[in-house]
Ligand binder design. Structure first.
Ligand SMILES: C[S@@+](CC[C@H](N)C(=O)[O-])C[C@H]1O[C@@H](n2cnc3c(N)ncnc32)[C@H](O)[C@@H]1O
Length: 264
């Protein structure tokens, strides 16, 4: 299917499941976001009071509210009208400038103001976008010269296009234990596949796998350098927080990759 058509279908799917997503994440994001995504973004962002930040693919605005609460001046965009409506409905003491903008539309992105932002954040959205070159290209113009682009995405090496989880029983020195992990069956060249971000999702959407080399190449070609990288994972204390065979039980495998890019 052609990129524009895929993106159009993506918008319809996100509109259909916006309410589910909003309820799943509530005011502050779900466990995955609170434990892995948000702390890694905050660490890489190192936000200064009063900075202008653009949140790309803001969903129900959980990260936007968090950053606004830390004194940032936030513009938050999403291509789903329904998601923006729900984000606005959650309200916030200070103003968040919510916009309906398609992150594959470079001109629409640039209309937000060139050399205007101190930082751009993109939380768990790049893997949902069929083409990321327009976003990186626009970002290089939206940012001030010292600006940074911080993103978190599903880890391309371990958590991309529906990884297969396994659990096995082993008897070592007379002690029977269970070991769990992820099987990677392919990495370099995978077509988009639909997946459910969470059990019970009403409208599975396409995920776009990019090997690390391809993902960062898109950023490098737009003039960015990589200067920060985190691979957050759950820890043994989290084991009971999720269902069996989930990321909360895999402490050696990071499901998220977070990166900071700066203009060369
Ligand atoms: C997985 S959610 C992440 C939401 C939020 N950033 C978070 O971390 O909770 C992906 C979001 O990206 C939005 N999105 C997907 N493709 C987009 C596009 N082309 N332009 C703008 N937003 C897009 C979806 O509507 C959805 O709200």
């Amino acid at each position: 299917m052609e990129t524009r058509q895929l993106n159009k279908e993506g918008r319809e799917l996100w509109n259909r499941k916006a309410r589910f997503w909003d309820e799943l994440h509530g005011d502050e994001g779900n466990l995955f976001h609170r434990r892995l995504v948000e702390p890694s973004i905050l660490q890489l962002l190192a936000l200064q009071n009063g900075e202008r930040v653009l949140d790309v693919g803001c969903g129900n605005g959980a990260l936007a509210r968090r950053l606004a609460g830390k004194g940032a001046n936030i513009t938050a965009l999403d291509f789903s009208e329904e998601m923006i409506r729900l984000a606005k409905g959650r309200g916030f003491a200070s103003d968040i400038d919510y916009r309906i903008v398609d992150a594959t539309d470079k001109d629409a992105l640039l209309s937000l103001g060139t050399a205007h932002f101190d930082a751009i954040v993109c939380s768990m959205t790049l893997m949902d976008i069929p083409i990321v070159a327009p976003l990186f290209e626009a970002a290089s113009e939206l940012l001030r010269a010292e600006g940074r682009f911080v993103f978190a995405t599903m880890h391309p090496s371990f958590n991309s296009n529906n990884p297969v989880f396994f659990q096995e029983k082993q008897d070592r020195d007379g002690v029977v234990t269970r070991v769990a992990g992820v099987k990677i069956l392919a990495y370099l060249d995978l077509p988009p596949v639909k997946g459910s971000g969470a059990p019970g999702e009403p409208a599975p959407h396409y995920y776009y796998h990019r090997p690390l080399s391809a993902l960062f190449q898109e950023a490098f070609e737009a003039g960015f350098l990589l200067d920060g990288l985190l691979e957050p994972a759950f820890s043994p204390e989290d084991a009971d927080l999720g269902p069996e065979l989930s990321w909360t039980g895999m402490w050696q495998i990071p499901p998220v990759l977070s990166a900071r890019l700066r203009l060369a």
